[in-house]
Ligand binder design. Structure first.
Ligand code: UD1
Ligand code: UDP
Length: 385
């Protein structure tokens, strides 16, 4: 091939910035003479510890464009992004638009690109919760159904696409009308392998929190149906307090800004005060990715409603309690490594007791071989030959 292909990558929310590190690293190391990447940050996440920290730490090139959309209602936020992305695509004329996951930034990219016929590459395709009250479920379905190349991290994701009518036997050249689907492994598994050793060497988070020699549970909460519904949030925190009371464990909770803003209003005064003043509870601001994986590697168990953190629990062989009614990563539940507890105090405590008594022992490698990003680069190139 003589000329480089040009891709525009959209990032916006924290997990997308982290995922993009894997592809940017693969391009830099193996495909720099064949692929030019233009990075567009929508500005969906903008706090230093939700965005800038990752660029520095993970070696991601600075964005070529930042749309600075910030926070707003779904409609306003997505509309602002569509307008900005469309203009960039018209100016840059890329061979592909690369989209990650299922956020409003993903949806905006899909709408903008599909109308002006820029082929879409969707990384993390095929995942389904089969719960359309989740904004992310709508975003991922719409993105998948406008993409030309769909890369699924899991076999379940690939099978979901087939169930929705995607034909695994189609042949290149792929387009929105003739989409190609792949089961390629997870770029976040690539990242966890790559950054785990760096985290061991560089992260000071355990020392800073003074928990180097302590047992602790790591917890993250940010789903809108948990944070915005007082009864659910209350049940979750009652369960977390009970876990701390019943054991000698610390609780480490890096708080998403959405959650931090709602704790005081959506919890009872009694629970809020206990949280703030318990000596073994560490409510902390969002941490960097290296600090996060250092915490994950040392935790006894992880309790989360995050998609990414569920998988990282599995990568680092930690039992995981999922505070959602269902999960897109159903393999980890079927393998007994994670348990769904929704926002039920009783189910969270039951899962905690079960995992303490019988921790999972087997974590088969179901997220690929650590080279998903290189595979994606190769397929993008092949399809352009
Ligand atoms: C978004 C994604 C969700 C993803 C999550 C990752 C959608 C619909 N949701 O949810 O799929 O799991 O990101 O973290 O795209 N805020 C700040 N500072 C920031 C960013 C957000 O204070 O830098 C606060 C604002 O009050 C904002 C709220 O968090 O209104 C929610 O942010 P938003 O990006 O709309 O949704 P997330 O809950 O972060
Ligand atoms: N993460 C992080 N710092 C934190 C919390 C999470 O670096 O304080 C990382 C985490 O390791 C994972 C990603 O952010 O890689 C998950 O993002 P998030 O939970 O915000 O979104 P989701 O994966 O649910 O879309």
């Amino acid at each position: 091939m003589s000329e480089k292909i040009k891709i525009v990558t959209i990032i916006g929310a924290r997990p997308q910035i982290i995922k993009a590190a894997a592809l940017s690293r693969a391009i830099k190391n193996n495909f720099s003479d064949q692929i030019q990447e233009i990075i567009v940050h929508t500005g969906q996440h903008y706090d230093e510890n939700m965005s800038a920290v990752f660029f520095k730490e993970l070696g991601i090139p600075q964005p070529d464009y930042n749309l600075h959309v910030g926070s707003a209602s779904h409609g306003v936020q997505t509309a602002r992004m569509i307008e900005g992305v469309e203009k960039i695509l018209l100016d840059e004329k890329p061979d592909y638009l690369v989209l990650y996951g299922d956020t409003n930034s993903t949806l905006a990219g899909a709408v903008a690109a599909s109308k002006i016929l820029v082929p879409i590459v969707h990384i993390e395709a095929g995942l389904r919760s089969y719960n359309k009250s989740m904004p992310e479920e709508i975003n991922r379905i719409l993105c998948d159904h406008s993409a030309a190349l769909l890369f699924s991290p899991t076999e379940t994701g690939f099978n979901n696409l087939v169930k929705e009518g995607f034909d695994p036997d189609r042949r290149a050249p792929f387009s929105a009308d003739n989409p190609g689907i792949y089961h390629c492994g997870d770029v976040m598994f690539d990242n966890s392998l790559h950054f785990a050793d760096l985290a061991k060497i560089n992260s000071l988070v355990l020392k800073d929190l003074n928990i180097e020699n302590e047992r602790f549970v790591l917890c993250t909460i940010h789903r809108n149906n948990n944070t915005d519904e007082p009864t659910r949030l209350q049940q979750i925190f009652e369960a977390l307090l009970e876990i701390v009371k019943r054991s000698d464990h610390y609780l480490v909770l890096p708080l998403h800004p959405r959650t931090a803003k709602l704790l005081m209003t959506n919890l009872t005064e009694a629970v809020y005060q206990q949280l703030m003043h318990h000596e073994r509870i560490k409510l902390i601001p969002p941490v960097s990715f290296l600090d996060m994986i250092a915490l994950e590697m040392h935790a006894t168990l992880i309790i989360t409603d995050s998609g990414g953190v569920q998988k990282e629990a599995y990568f680092f062989q930690k039992p995981c309690i999922i505070m959602r009614p269902e999960t897109e990563w159903k393999e980890i539940v079927e393998l007994g490594a994670a348990a769904i507890a929704d926002a039920s105090k009783e189910r969270i405590l039951q899962a905690w007791e079960n995992f303490l008594a019988n921790p999972p022992i087997d974590y088969p490698q179901i997220f690929g071989d650590g080279h998903a990003a290189s595979f994606i680069c190769e397929e993008m190139l092949k399809n352009k030959m």
